[in-house]
Design a protein around this ligand. Structure first.
Ligand code: F6R
Length: 615
């Protein structure tokens, strides 16, 4: 939530910062702003409500010179999305400019204390409190900016990633983090600061992931210094190689990142399974599981924590692990888990699933599980993010950067990795037969081809979407492995088209939601020819006999459903546990086209941010 970028070097900072903001816009787009310092030390600040494009308009024709600057794209927490609440925020004198991602929890107390010292506030934000506090400390202690920032951060409770510059000092930038991500890119004579590595791609592949409670002094022409908040001793600097390319961050001819990411799935799943299914499909090797074989062999229970789409993948993971490992699995929303007095024992494995690897609630759940002695395993996409760095072991899904706010390829990647985890741990525990592994392993190897087949439904789904663009409510039903798929289909529709949609286990429909069904309420039913097919046919009949229209996702060759449902989308047959991967794709496309028909910005749905780094 909120993206920050900083630059110090020899090139014009403005263009670099703007490009960085565009790449970080998925983190929030309520407002954007930039502070630029010229060589003479003078500071120019521009801000605009709304997307980065509005900031460009605001700054157009104005003085954007300077080779040092900081910039921000906001997802509002404290204060409405207005120009005044937009970052960068300035101190009372206007000398210090700061951008911030996170939440200062004790901002009200600090604000009150600063007001007593004569400080006045223009905005309603917690961030302005921090920049004023820095100035207050700097003046009171007659110290340098670095010392003032450090002292201020010691007084702050909450989460932050910040970048700070000071009028009159065009060669220095201070950055710090606690619980919000911050990456530093080391170029030739230039340094980049960003909430994630995407703004840095194309400039340098050398990055440093700042750790919690670290503060960096970036000085032009001098080596980078990193210190801990509580010690003057320089911290060790671990430079890592970035594995991202510019092409991965562009739309590649698609109208939207979401559509590109849906169509990328044959390739992303190839990357996801690469090297992990061996011996012609009959053995699964997930290094994080194999290296911790004893943990998985003797585990009493697995608890999966996640949020949103990752939580839906977790529900599928529960069934997979229970079936393949004969091990009880609980699935918890990370936000509920952490406050629900969880009983965790050292023989529990806590699996945390997160695309971004930065979700605040999931991170906090991991922390709690570790404190209670559990072995914590992460399933993440973003390499080097906070979750993979804070777990005992884990697996990357390797689906590449997901930029569309609505998760698509990450979901299918997560389900794929959960399948691999269930099979690999099942082999270790001796609870899954080689025949089962081979059947599923081969189907996974074939999955990229299968998905290519599913994507041929693009045009029929585009046509179908027109019929339902103006529906106000949708019901999604599925059973067994596809109950979570129904939840995920409904979430996709809600978040990008703003149509109310509910996902339900199909059999539960008659315990309440059936009352909603009339000829204005379409029902999407996921009905592959699996062990529960006959039961779901009855659910289709129940909807039809109440005048509802049905869109059914069925297997290829199942023409009998044409008699019952109003619209059928046929998908290739795969083993039952893999049906969510295949059946979720038509639902992604349906949500996408309905949103496009309604003229919505699918990549940047209102009120949402890609990574939720606040509670
Ligand atoms: C929905 C979506 C969100 C995320 C959720 C968790 O399309 O993207 O529901 O799934 O915010 O995010 P991660 O997986 O990054 O922890």
């Amino acid at each position: 939530m909120c993206g920050i970028v900083g630059y110090i070097g020899t090139q014009p900072a403005y263009d670099i910062l703007l490009q960085g903001l565009r790449r970080l816009e998925y983190r929030g787009y309520d407002s954007a702003g930039v502070a630029l310092m010229k060589d003479d030390g003078s500071l120019n600040v521009y801000k605009a409500t709304g997307k980065v494009a509005n900031l460009e308009l605001t700054a157009s024709g104005k003085d954007t010179d300077g080779s040092i600057g900081i910039a921000h794209t906001r997802w509002a927490t404290h204060g409405e999305p207005t120009d005044i609440n937009a970052h960068p925020h300035l101190s009372q004198s206007g000398d210090i400019a700061l951008v911030h991602n996170g939440t200062i929890e004790n901002y009200a107390v600090l604000r009150e204390a600063l007001t007593q010292h004569g400080y006045t506030f223009k905005s309603e934000t917690d961030t302005e409190v921090l920049v004023q506090l820095i100035e207050y400390i700097k003046e009171k202690n007659h110290c340098y900016l670095f010392d003032a920032v450090r002292e201020a951060l010691k007084q702050v409770e909450g989460a932050y990633a910040i970048a700070v510059i000071e009028r009159g000092n065009p060669s220095r930038l201070i950055a710090a983090r606690k619980s919000s991500p911050l990456v530093i890119g080391i170029g030739e004579g230039e340094t980049f600061i960003a909430s994630d590595a995407t703004p840095i791609v194309g400039f340098t592949d050398k990055v440093i992931y700042l750790k919690d409670n670290e503060i960096a002094i970036v000085e032009q022409g001098k080596p980078l210094q990193i210190k801990s908040l509580n010690s003057n001793k320089p911290s060790s600097i671990n430079i890592q190689k970035l594995q991202l390319s510019v092409a991965q961050l562009e739309k590649g001819g698609y109208d939207a990142f979401m559509l590109k990411e849906i169509f990328e799935q044959p390739n992303t799943l190839t990357d996801c399974i690469r090297g992990r299914i061996v011996d012609g499909g009959s053995r699964v090797v997930l290094s994080g599981v194999v290296e911790n074989a004893e943990k998985f062999r003797y585990a009493n229970r697995i608890i999966i924590v996640a949020c949103g789409t990752s939580w839906h993948a977790a529900l599928i993971g529960k069934r997979l692990i229970q079936e393949m490992c004969q091990l009880p699995v609980e699935v918890e929303y990370a936000s509920e888990f952490r406050y629900g007095c969880p009983i965790i024992t050292p023989r529990d494995i806590v699996v945390a699933i997160s695309q971004s690897g930065e979700t605040a609630d999931t991170l906090a759940a991991i922390q709690l599980a570790k404190e209670k002695g559990a072995f914590v395993y992460g399933i993440c996409n973003v390499v080097g993010a906070s979750i993979p760095r804070n777990t005992d072991s884990g697996t990357y899904i390797h689906v590449g950067p997901e930029i569309g706010v609505a998760s698509t390829k990450a979901f299918t990647g997560q389900v794929t990795v959960l399948t691999l985890l269930a099979l690999c741990a099942g082999q270790i525990r001796g609870t899954v037969s080689t025949d089962t592994v081979r059947k599923i392993g081969r189907a996974l190897i074939n999955m990229p081809k299968t998905i290519k087949e599913v994507l041929k439904l693009n045009e029929p789904i585009k046509d179908l979407s027109r019929i339902f663009t103006y529906s106000h409510n949708f019901l999604y039903l599925g059973r067994g492995y596809n109950y979570p798929t129904a939840l995920e289909g409904a979430l996709k529709l809600k978040e990008i088209s703003y149509i109310h949609a509910e996902g339900y286990p199909a059999a539960e429909m008659k315990h309440g939601p059936i009352a909603l069904i009339d000829n204005e309420m379409p029902t999407v039913i996921i009905a592959p020819s699996d062990s529960l097919y006959d039961k779901i046919v009855s659910n289709v009949q129940q909807v039809k006999s109440r005048g509802g229209s049905v869109i059914a996702i069925v297997n290829k060759g199942n023409d009998s459903m044409n008699e019952l449902a109003d619209y059928c989308l046929q998908i290739p047959e795969v083993p039952e546990c893999l049906t969510p991967i295949v059946s979720s794709i038509p639902l992604q496309l349906l949500a996408y086209y309905i949103a496009v028909n309604k003229g919505k910005d699918v990549d940047r749905p209102r009120n949402l941010a890609k990574s939720v780094t606040v509670e």
